[in-house]
Write a protein that binds this ligand. Sequence first.
Ligand SMILES: CC(C)(COP(=O)(O)OP(=O)(O)OC[C@H]1O[C@@H](n2cnc3c(N)ncnc32)[C@H](O)[C@@H]1OP(=O)(O)O)[C@@H](O)C(=O)NCCC(=O)NCCS
Length: 159
Amino acid sequence: MDLTYTITRLDPGDFDLCGALWDIERRADLASRFRRELLEGNRTTFLCRDGEAPLGEVSLVRYTDDPDYTVENRRLYVSRLLVRRDVRRRGIGRALLRTAFETARAWGYAELSVGVNLDNFAALKLYWEEGFDSILYIGEDGDGRFVKLLKRLGKLEGL
Ligand SMILES: CC(C)(COP(=O)(O)OP(=O)(O)OC[C@H]1O[C@@H](n2cnc3c(N)ncnc32)[C@H](O)[C@@H]1OP(=O)(O)O)[C@@H](O)C(=O)NCCC(=O)NCCS
């Protein structure tokens, strides 16, 4: 199957499109926080689409209550990278991350953070390959053991 896709910034009013990727009804608390952050401008979400059909998403978050994840004007948090199951392993996750990197650089940020469950090999490998090479913290929450990783955003090549 040919896959042609575009990645664009999600208009907060189009938040319901994310419902094609995860269950907004069943995860009502998360959905309402997500929507509020989008409307406040704290969350910027990038959506990958084939035509109208959403294939994946990732967000950048400016402020969290966790000083490992966000530092004002320096470090943004990469949130909810997700690719629709039937189109995984075709480069969309990497493309979404790289869009987030370009945006964070353009905004003048120097670092990105992410939290990943330690049993999520696919995501750990992708983040490692994309430059998340420092461990900020290893711990455990209700979802199991996880790691917080840091990426330093270098300057764009050629600049
Ligand atoms: C993690 C996730 C976003 C990756 O998206 P994707 O579009 O499949 O990723 P890509 O096709 O861009 O893969 C990039 C690289 O990641 C690694 N990777 C991705 N899936 C993998 C898998 N199942 N097994 C091993 N490595 C994998 C590979 O190194 C891959 O490069 P390669 O295909 O050239 O070998 C996707 O699996 C997903 O949505 N998982 C569920 C949600 C999730 O766990 N999100 C992360 C939360 S922290």
